[in-house]
Design a protein around this ligand. Structure first.
Ligand SMILES: [Zn+2]
Ligand SMILES: [Zn+2]
Length: 130
């Protein structure tokens, strides 16, 4: 057996704001909360305006523009939020605001569809289906 190094860090739960005490292991496992990746979130004062073209997953797409600042955040959830599944409505809200409603039919080149596809993946992941 390989001896693993242990590192303790703390992060904030993005849903409830509580502190999460995490234990990281050298084999990339972690305990204490759930990590979903990084996201860019609207930050501070601003509003959603106009459409602009941006790149998402290597494809050019149109999105609504946030006039305020943006902040890159790591998406961590504490155990209790994870269990309550609050991330679903929270995420749905964010994606809905950034990319608009889900299209009726899936279109491969569509940024909106791509975003919702990622959303589905996260939901599947958080429900333990992946
Ligand atoms: Zn929480
Ligand atoms: Zn679409």
């Amino acid at each position: 057996m390989v001896k693993s190094k242990i590192r303790k860090i703390s992060k904030k739960c993005i849903v409830c704001g509580k502190r999460i005490n995490l234990t990281l292991y050298s084999d990339k496992n972690y305990r204490g909360g759930y990590y979903f990746g990084t996201m860019e979130l609207p930050f501070g004062k601003g509003e959603y305006k106009d459409l602009k073209t941006t790149k998402l997953f290597g494809k050019k797409i149109k999105i609504t523009k946030w006039t305020g600042k943006k902040r890159k955040v790591e998406y961590w959830e504490c155990y209790s939020c994870y269990e309550e599944g609050q991330n679903e409505s929270w995420l749905e809200d964010i994606i809905g605001r950034l990319y608009g409603k889900r299209c009726k039919d899936y279109n491969k080149g569509c940024g909106c569809c791509k975003a919702w596809e990622v959303y589905d993946m996260i939901i599947d992941y958080s429900r333990g289906r992946l």
